[in-house]
Design a protein around this ligand. Sequence first.
Ligand code: ASP
Length: 320
Amino acid sequence: MKPSLIVHGGAWDIPDEAVVACHSGCRRALEAGWSLLSDGGTALDAVEAAIVVLEDEPVFDAGFGSHLNLDGRVECDAIVMNGATLRAGAVAALQRVQNPIRLARAVLERCPHMMLVAEGAERFARDHGIALCDPADLVSDAEREAWRVCSQDKHATAHHRGHEQGTVGAVAIDAHGKLFAATSTGGTCCKLPGRVGDSPLIGCGCYADSTAGGVSCTGYGEAIMKIVMAKTATDLLRTCHATFCVSDSSRDSSGPPSHSCAADTAMHVAREAVHLLGKRTQATGGLILLDCEGNPGFAFNTPRMAYGYVAGDGSFVTRV
Ligand code: ASP
């Protein structure tokens, strides 16, 4: 099977001055993931490599440079999910892990549970060879300054260079047809300590099922949870694909190839899921997805979303 890869760096009101860094971050994430996939590597390695790049890039709200909570500390959440087994590894409320996605993967592969939080998650990291960092190592100057202004005044988007959200995500399918999806975030700025959003919750901020597709979401977590957005989009992929593509092609073999139908369907599903978010919760956000054939879909109802995917000819497409 031909590998596929799509990444995002959050849906928000990305200011003009952040656009170049968002493009570059998405491109470097694609390069990191694609160099593995195109060489026969696994989708799990690819999503991890892509997310590490995005976590390390402070223009995004994940890993280093995440938004600070009300106490002025970074608290990160992450998840990675295996579409073949439906097993996920998720972590939340981490204050001392440089790359939360690495710990999520360790939970996926080496933990009897699917989600660990706070001190328990950090103890699991230490016990499994993932070094803990100083919490201060995760704080960027820009976010420290934004937090300082917020705490003197009140929390406001304007204090955060005009944006509030920039969670990151990736979905990949490898040459063996294995599908993985992943999401990593610092959550919302000035959140209450201990707040966990949609991102690390299976079915909310991320979902993968090899029989339908994989999804990573971004946006206002409390709203995304209400519509279980990633699972909703995955279910829509399955239903729409069966309705529009399979039955169409079995009815009329002279019609358009099922590939283009599936590609249209992937985009349609992404838009429908975001439409539902707006309609049922009046909130903003976005998502990326790959259907089980590797067709990309993406949609958002915010002014901008940073995302990128590998096109059919192997070229990298990034958009902000
Ligand atoms: N969904 C994330 C959260 O609520 C934020 C984001 O996507 O930017 O924690």
